[in-house]
Design a binder for this molecule. Structure first.
Ligand SMILES: Cc1ncc(COP(=O)(O)O)c(C=O)c1O
Length: 392
């Protein structure tokens, strides 16, 4: 071979696998099993990849058998005409907003706490020219028709950007949006020519708790995006669902946004594995989250958002402890636990041991504070104003 070509080939070559990659991956799984940071950190398993490597290897920009089969299943599951596999939840939401909104000016209504409003880098304004109207739920839990009516821009006053889209999130902070309230908002939306999009990144959890089929949960919406890479543990992927016309157009925007992917069979198959094998684990995950909440309550820790699904938001100030102290002590354990701030997320790879170790740690911190003279109170107030007694 030409020595110059050989030199270039040598420069290009790379082996990115660590010398003990398999052991490192096991260590990573162990770390994940003791992390309450998020469910996005769930790791793909060997069994998932054994299934996924058998997938078709076509080009999904044209049509890819396993990816199409997965999309068809998702469409059928959610009661919509069509589905589109995309790389992330953010892309799914942004494509939906861009596809629904046609001729500006327009505004979109979102819950002030929602991912679309707070964590998508202002994408709705950037990609779609939308004026975002964040709405604060007056009950501290979920938006109601009254909250929406108070903020929706209707009519033809040229000073305002008319509301063309309402985006709801279910679950939001792990809390379940009551379906009756969604139906009322959807009726109001239809009466006023407003479209409805659902950020259903964690809609799976709602189906498990409410026993409502995903098709029923999605019925009030023109579109929905459901994530495979969070609670369900697939490595990558979100499915956007809606009418055929909507999905055809969204596919166009996916291309324009640079989100058209190629040999996605392996990803679709990982997601399919997640539906079959990980979705059934969610009831156990929710039970673990409730165990975590109960344990915290018994210690007198404040609960800001109760464990309706896989998340608990806690407030250790009720036992005289600061978040930073919990984080530091948890990180310093012989087998560290990771968390950030008030949110504790339980997922399919969280172990019972991690929950119990965390509760023991909080209990020790509480005992120290009591020894130092901190006086425990006897009731706590949820963010939504409910009060729960503890330490009877
Ligand atoms: C409710 C919700 N929607 C959308 C997203 C965005 O997903 P991604 O990180 O895949 O873009 C997230 C991410 O955690 C989320 O929690």
């Amino acid at each position: 071979m030409d020595p110059k070509l050989r030199a270039i080939i040598e420069q290009v070559k790379v082996d990115i696998l660590a010398p003990a990659q398999e052991a490192d991956n096991e260590a990573q799984l162990k770390e994940v099993s003791r992390s309450f940071f998020s469910d996005t950190i769930t790791v793909p398993t060997k069994a998932m990849y054994e299934y996924a490597v058998r997938a078709s290897v076509g080009d999904a920009v044209f049509r890819e058998p396993c990816t199409s089969a997965f999309e068809e299943h998702m469409a059928q599951l959610t009661g919509k005409e069509a589905a589109l596999f995309v790389s992330s939840g953010t892309l799914g939401n942004q494509l939906a907003i861009r596809t629904h909104l046609l001729q500006p000016p327009f505004s979109i209504l979102t819950d002030v706490r929602s991912h679309i409003n707070s964590y998508e880098a202002g994408g709705a304004a950037m990609h779609s020219g939308a004026y975002p109207i964040p709405v604060t739920p007056s009950n501290g839990h979920h938006l109601t028709l009254e909250d929406i009516k108070a903020k929706a821009v209707l009519g033809s006053d040229i000073h305002f950007a008319p509301t063309h889209l309402i985006c709801l999130e279910n679950t939001l902070n792990g809390m379940i949006f009551p379906q009756n309230d969604i139906i009322k908002i959807a009726k109001f939306a239809r009466e006023n020519d407003i479209l409805m999009h659902l950020d259903g990144a964690r809609l799976w959890h709602v189906a498990v708790e409410t026993r409502l089929p995903l098709s029923e949960l999605c019925a009030p919406f023109d579109s929905a995006s459901l994530c495979l890479s969070k609670g369900l543990g697939a490595p990558i992927g979100t499915c956007l669902v809606g009418s055929k016309v909507f999905i055809n157009k969204a596919c166009w925007f996916r291309k324009a946004f640079g989100g058209g992917m190629r040999q996605t069979g392996i990803l679709a198959a990982s997601a399919a594995y997640a539906l079959s094998h990980n979705f059934p684990q969610l009831p156990r995950v929710h039970a673990l989250a409730r165990r975590l909440q109960r344990g915290l309550e018994e210690l007198g820790v404040g609960i800001l958002c109760p464990a309706e699904t896989c998340m608990v938001f806690f407030d250790p100030s009720t036992i005289g402890v600061e978040y930073g102290e919990v984080e530091r002590h948890a990180a310093a354990l012989p087998e560290p636990i990771t968390l950030k701030g008030s949110r504790l997320v339980v997922h399919i790879q969280t172990t019972v041991q991690a929950i119990d170790d965390f509760l023991r740690l909080v209990s020790e911190l509480r005992d120290e504070k009591v020894k130092e003279g901190f006086i425990l109170s006897t009731s706590q107030t949820f963010a939504n104003g409910m009060t729960r007694k503890y330490l009877e």
